[in-house]
Design a protein around this ligand. Sequence first.
Ligand SMILES: [Fe+2]
Length: 162
Amino acid sequence: MAIKSLQDLFVHTLKDVYFAERQIVKALPSMAEKASDSELKKLFQTHLEETKGQVDRLEAVFGLVNERPEGEKCPAIEGIIAETEELMSEIDDADTRDAAMAAAAQAVEHYEIARYGTLVAWAELLGHKDAAKKLAETLEEEKSADAKLTRAGQRKLNQQAA
Ligand SMILES: [Fe+2]
């Protein structure tokens, strides 16, 4: 798709993040399975359900701006996920692997926070008020997931130090 306007760029970025969310839905189950810390495991499971809701919400956003929900390959998220999976298979120590997964999940969250922050701003600029509201809901969920991961990661590292 040719990008000729901010509206086109907005739709392109929606497709990018739609692709990303669906990749995350695929990646989270094995992260939950590999997490040894029960709280980290629960965090991944909860975020999996939340992410499925974010996929649905994005479909609603596409509808609000009269576009069909479609993904557009996002090499950035594929790279972060590939790196995470590589680390997960390379680290034998459970605590260290948990810390690595929490940190990797935060890289995903920060990517999403950047994307959704931009999408909210552009939706507002373009006059897509309802879409902006929905995108802002997801942005808040991502920020809260990030904060929980920070706490889980810190707890894990503190445990290791003890
Ligand atoms: Fe997400």
